[in-house]
Design a protein around this ligand. Structure first.
Ligand SMILES: [Zn+2]
Length: 247
């Protein structure tokens, strides 16, 4: 782990700050626990900093060439909420403050609380924090021409996001807090996999329709994230990146 990157936990869910130290002086800070009234610029600035830290870590493993073509970040609301567009070289992230009502209600249903602050924290820590690294894992999959099915790709993206954060200072605590939040949220969702079917086979066969339904797709992603956090001791960032890119 490079000593210059530090990740500090705060009181709320994945309320973490990445501090980039320059010559022993804290030069910058990043709070992943954006408030409910965070602007699109706040979301973009936060995500761009995560992108740069991820690229720096990747460059330390693979060298600067494979870590080039740094994706841009765009903040706009789409049904997918967060995704990497390899054609545009762009990570697209949703914005809580302007999210359409049906999707807002989806997140309200996950927290089963009238506390909109709690709901917005779930949203921002996930879609404007953790999943930025997840989308960077998809960027790396594309950069390294890694071929895999949808289930493996999504599972691996969460594995890599977890080891990215866990190797930063304070990341362990932040991920434990995120796991707790997601474990509570998944209690409000139902596993869409029919009892007689294998989850991976079902996910791959029905990916397009699952991706259009936040209740069903959310179940899978939450389960992936929980499993990745639970298995975080099995991986580290360097080995994961080398394995993905076959170096
Ligand atoms: Zn993904």
């Amino acid at each position: 782990m490079p000593s210059k990157w530090k990740l500090l936990p705060k009181a709320c869910v994945v309320c973490i700050a990445v501090l980039a130290a320059s010559a022993g002086v804290l030069a910058d800070s990043l709070d992943l626990c954006l408030p409910a009234d965070a602007t699109t610029v706040d979301v973009q600035t936060t995500a761009e900093r995560i992108v740069l830290v991820f690229v720096s870590r990747t460059a330390e493993v693979l060298g600067a060439t494979l870590a080039s073509d740094v994706p841009s970040v765009a903040v706009r609301n789409t049904p997918n909420l967060a995704y990497f567009d390899h054609r545009e070289g762009e990570i697209v992230l949703a914005h809580w403050g302007t999210l359409e009502e049906p999707l807002r209600m989806f997140f309200v249903s996950l927290t089963a609380s009238d506390d909109l602050e709690q709901t917005s924290r779930l949203f921002t820590s996930l879609f404007n924090g953790f999943l930025v690294a997840h989308e960077m894992a998809h960027w790396l999959q594309h950069r390294c021409d890694a071929e895999m099915d949808r289930y493996t790709s999504e599972s691996m993206a969460n594995d890599l996001a977890v080891v990215f954060f866990v190797e930063l200072e304070g990341g362990e605590e932040a991920l434990v807090a995120l796991r707790e939040t997601i474990a509570q949220a998944i209690e409000h969702l139902v596993d869409p996999t029919p009892s007689e079917e294998d989850a991976a086979v079902y996910f791959n066969a029905h990916y397009a329709e699952l991706a259009r339904d936040p209740y069903q797709y959310g179940y899978f992603q939450f389960r992936f994230i929980i499993e990745s956090i639970d298995q975080r001791d099995r991986f580290d960032f360097e080995k994961s990146v080398r394995s993905l890119c076959r170096f």
